[in-house]
Design a protein around this ligand. Structure first.
Ligand SMILES: [Zn+2]
Length: 301
């Protein structure tokens, strides 16, 4: 039995459904609302850390067991324990939510990545190959979120500790950040900090393609690639780049957004860093995500 059937059996009407086991219903605890929660504000999630929350009266339920036991109690229904136990709930990966301005280390890091995702699969390899990226060239692991059809990269601190992960859907190209990571307080790739220079790119694909091409050129010791995960820069990211104190090669896209972000951030970077080189090219169709090895070599020379 699934949640929908169970709600039906309890006589609860589902007002709307969303992706990944999301349901909205009128709050079953209607006594807590002035007009019985006519506009449904009670949300149930199958794949979150909490099971349900009412945005009207503030009730929160940590688990499905707790939620359905309380509903049965509220409605004076008996004998539903067996049914509740028979429900097959989706069990989310044991990742912990970490949200803080400063980076916080996730507990049990390898377990989190390895339990939540599959490592270096043929699926991600084939997908990346289609984008001109050879997974075997990458000096770090690529994960696959099979359920949500995403390729996933770990986001780490300087010391290699895990702070989150970022994924890209292989079908619709949408992005998703895992484990509650605050992207503005992280830089994808930061754990790699041995090379002479830093190459800063926008997105995850940019970073993967850059690493693939640098590896082909034998230049992995020349550039560490970091991604801001957007073409913008937070004060935290700027602080880290200044602390790194290495020449910075800025490789954000050369589209309108990338050029205006440069205007905003370059002056300050140039003031604070020993060397900043703004990498620009004419066609906005080229970016680090699709650049060929030759183009990269030419640009960095
Ligand atoms: Zn409520």
């Amino acid at each position: 039995m699934n949640i929908e059937t169970l709600l039906q059996k309890l006589g609860i009407e589902i007002k709307s459904r969303g992706l990944n086991g999301y349901y909205s219903i009128s709050c079953p605890f209607s006594g807590r609302h002035k007009n019985g929660d006519k506009n449904p504000s009670f949300i149930i999630w199958e794949d979150r850390k909490i099971a349900a929350k009412c945005y009207g009266c503030g009730l929160v339920f940590g688990s499905m067991d707790e939620l359905f036991t309380s509903i049965c109690k509220e409605k004076g229904i008996e004998g539903f324990e067996d049914i509740v136990e028979a429900v097959e709930f989706y069990v989310p990966p044991p990742a912990k939510l970490v949200t803080s301005v400063e980076n916080v280390v996730l507990l049990d890091e390898t377990k989190n990545m390895d339990l939540a995702f599959s490592k270096n699969t043929e699926v991600s390899k084939a997908y990346l190959k289609g984008r001109g990226i050879d997974q075997d060239n990458l000096p770090f692991d690529i994960y696959t979120d099979k359920r949500n059809k995403r390729i996933v990269a770990a986001i780490r601190n300087r010391d290699g500790s895990l702070v989150g992960a970022t994924g890209r859907n292989m079908l619709n190209k949408g992005h998703y950040h895992y484990f509650g990571v605050v992207t503005g307080s992280s830089l994808l790739g930061l754990e790699r900090n041995q090379a002479d220079r830093i190459l800063l790119v926008e997105g995850m694909t940019d970073l993967l393609n850059a690493y693939c091409k640098l590896s082909q050129l034998g230049w992995l010791d020349r550039y560490d690639v970091y991604s801001t995960l957007t073409c913008n820069m937070t004060a935290w990211q700027k602080k880290i780049l200044v602390e790194e104190d290495r020449p910075l090669f800025l490789g954000w896209d050369c589209d309108e957004a990338g050029l205006s972000a440069r205007k905003k951030h370059l002056p300050h970077l140039k003031d604070s860093l020993i060397g900043v080189r703004d990498l620009r090219w004419k066609s906005s169709k080229i970016d680090f995500g699709n650049m060929s090895t030759d183009q990269l070599e030419f640009l960095l020379k």
